[in-house]
Ligand binder design. Structure first.
Ligand code: PGA
Length: 249
């Protein structure tokens, strides 16, 4: 049985005061959700989030990780070991903003995923097509390539991986894939995972991301291959995010 995961990706938003306020409101309001709830703040607020959430079941994740192992001369980077030491459970890898704005290739994404697994983190692998690619009928080819880069490029067992399907055209735009459009791609991802390893495919959670809000979460999460959501904008509003978590019961 795959437990539904609702993870809030805060991106580069917030300050110490807003972190305190958001988590203060969130803690009591998501306590009754059957979903596993996670927040993914900017690096600098991880420590504050960890201490504010010490008495709560809300998990914490990071938005990025260095692809290099151990310690070293990698100015500006944060290692998987450091994230683990801080108590992170999750780490995003291959978010479309990192792929598009920071030049992350499939190969780099696979390297980051591998170091995260080695340190006992649960990587959330983000995949998804652009509007142009969808219009050209290339959705499954693109998503398949992004997924295969990890299935073929990572040697560690992938049991702790989570996949997030995030159509780029639906991120931050208010456009959401219809539940059927999302389910089609999720079923394809599940099928690709099954071809690789049947047991793994039944276990791995596949989240949907792209303008998830309280008004559309229920229908999306009801799809057989959608195991929760990766929520951007709506995760910055405590009552909206709590309402998304509460559709899971
Ligand atoms: P959004 O972002 O919910 O604001 O569309 C989702 C994401 O980028 O993870």
């Amino acid at each position: 049985m795959r437990r539904t995961l609702v993870a809030g990706n805060w991106k580069m938003h917030g300050n110490s005061r807003s972190v305190e306020q958001l988590l203060g409101e969130l803690k009591p309001s998501v306590a009754a959700s059957a979903a596993e709830v996670a927040v993914i703040p900017p690096y600098l607020y991880l420590s504050q989030a960890m201490s504010l959430l010490a008495d709560s079941d809300i998990a914490v994740g990071a938005q990025n990780v260095c692809k290099y192992r151990g310690e070293g001369a990698y100015t500006g980077e944060i290692s998987a070991g450091m994230l683990k030491e801080f108590g992170c459970r999750y780490v995003l890898v291959g978010h479309s903003e990192r792929r598009a704005l920071f030049g992350e290739t499939d190969e780099c994404v696979a390297e980051k995923l591998a170091v995260a697994l080695e340190q006992g983190l649960q990587p959330i692998l983000c995949v998804g097509e652009s509007l142009e690619q969808r219009s050209a009928g290339e959705t499954l080819r693109v998503v398949g390539r992004q997924l295969q880069a990890v299935l073929q490029g990572v040697n560690q067992p992938l049991d702790d991986m989570v996949v997030a399907y995030e159509p780029v055209w639906a991120i931050g735009t208010g456009e959401t894939a219809s539940p059927e459009q999302a389910q089609d791609v999720h079923a394809f991802i599940r099928q690709e995972l099954a071809t690789f390893d049947r047991g793994l495919s039944a276990k791995i959670r596949i989240l949907y991301g792209g303008s998830v809000k309280a008004a559309n979460a229920e229908e999306l999460f009801a799809q057989p291959d959608i195991d929760g959501g990766l929520v951007g904008g709506a995760s910055l509003d405590a009552s909206e995010f709590a309402a998304i978590c509460k559709v899971v019961n």
